[in-house]
Ligand binder design. Structure first.
Ligand SMILES: [Zn+2]
Ligand SMILES: [Zn+2]
Length: 267
């Protein structure tokens, strides 16, 4: 998982070992807190009171499956080297420029991140939610993270909305009804809606960047070095793996191109 002399920030491990408020992983901790709260509330208020065991078990399994995939995607985005250029990297055949901040010869489409203090290959952006840059080698996991957060949020919105629509269809809810949702249910709805919108925006911006073969960094700085050299399909294969398979949807699977870079990069 690790390449060159890149090591995860100490705070990334701190997050795993001691769940305390440290400055950089604040967003990471809030993501975890929201996830745990959503799980407890969804199970306690939406599924546990159900009289239908099959409904409760099926939705419980779906929720936990999506939550596990989202958590794994989150961890891999956070702990995978995004494609850092080794500090003091000597000029090579792929060198196109020199970074005076980290004193490294850098290849095409590598940009310096002031948070990581390193140049990152095909740097997209530095994401506070994963406390890491999103770059060439962890973009797949970030895509999956936004995808599974979007699916979990959609699942919760459906669990909230379908019973309401059904009871409305049965005539149990009308203009004179005085029943109102409880505080936790209302807050769960707002959090799920926020998660859905966040995932939608991030997923759309990522797909737009992949379609144009330009990272968000390149779009922001109007960089003309990359001008959509490949098709969307070729770009997806470069990120997720050369063979289209279910492995594209798995955060446990490392694309072959990333494995070969790990193998060839000096330790
Ligand atoms: Zn640099
Ligand atoms: Zn960074």
């Amino acid at each position: 998982m690790l390449t060159s002399d890149w090591v995860p920030m100490p705070n990334r491990f701190l997050y795993l070992v001691v769940l305390q408020e440290a400055q950089p992983p604040r967003f990471v901790l809030h993501t975890t807190e929201f996830g745990l709260w959503m799980k407890t509330t969804s199970m306690g208020y939406l599924l546990a009171p159900s009289n239908n065991l099959i409904y409760a078990v099926t939705n419980g399994v779906v929720f936990h499956l999506l939550a596990s995939l989202a958590l794994m995607s989150h961890l891999r985005t956070m702990l995978t080297d995004p494609g850092s250029v080794p500090l003091g990297n000597p000029p090579g055949s792929d060198t196109v420029s020199y970074c005076f901040i980290c004193r490294s010869a850098i290849p095409e489409r590598a940009y310096h991140c002031i948070v990581c203090g390193r140049c990152i290959r095909k740097s997209d952006h530095h994401c506070p939610w994963v406390n890491n840059c999103v770059g060439e080698d962890n973009q797949k996991y970030f895509l999956l993270f936004t995808l599974y957060i979007g699916l979990i949020s959609t699942h919760i919105l459906l669990l909230l909305g379908i019973p309401i629509l059904l009871s409305h269809a049965r005539g149990e809810w009308n203009a004179s009804s005085t029943v109102s949702p409880s505080g936790p249910i209302l807050f769960l709805f707002l959090v799920a809606l926020m998660g859905f919108l966040f995932a939608l925006v991030m997923l759309c911006s990522q797909m737009c960047a992949i379609y144009r073969d330009k990272t968000i960094t390149e779009m922001l700085y109007q960089n003309k070095r990359s001008q959509g050299r490949r098709s969307l399909w070729a770009n997806m294969k470069a990120i997720c793996g050369s063979r289209v398979s279910l492995a594209w949807l798995s955060p446990f699977h490392t694309p072959e191109c990333h494995k070969s870079r790990e193998h060839h990069d000096p330790a």
